[in-house]
Design a protein around this ligand. Structure first.
Ligand code: SF4
Length: 84
């Protein structure tokens, strides 16, 4: 089980999904503030296996990284109990 699914953090999207804009910018979700890669420049496997790792590593700390600062959907930083 990824660390993000532990009691510390509450976001699993970078392990489960990609959000692609019409311009080809790839992010973990629509709320993420910056692009993690571009389908015009990178292979999708490279984005998933390498570029998303940085996002996952930050989320594994249990704190929101720069891309997640305005997220209101996952209640990052709260425990699962608090998020209910
Ligand atoms: S912005 Fe929110 S939903 Fe998106 S990856 Fe970050 S914590 Fe998860």
């Amino acid at each position: 089980m990824p660390e993000c699914l532990s009691d510390k953090a509450y976001c699993e999207l970078p392990w489960r999904a990609m959000y692609v804009t019409v311009e080809g910018t790839v992010k973990p979700c629509c709320d993420f503030r910056v692009g993690v890669g571009s389908l015009r420049l990178h292979r999708i496997g490279d984005i998933w296996l390498n570029r998303f790792e940085a996002v996952r590593a930050i989320l594994n700390t249990g704190r929101p990284g720069p891309g997640c600062q305005s997220c209101n959907t996952t209640k990052l930083g709260r425990t699962r109990e608090e998020a209910r």
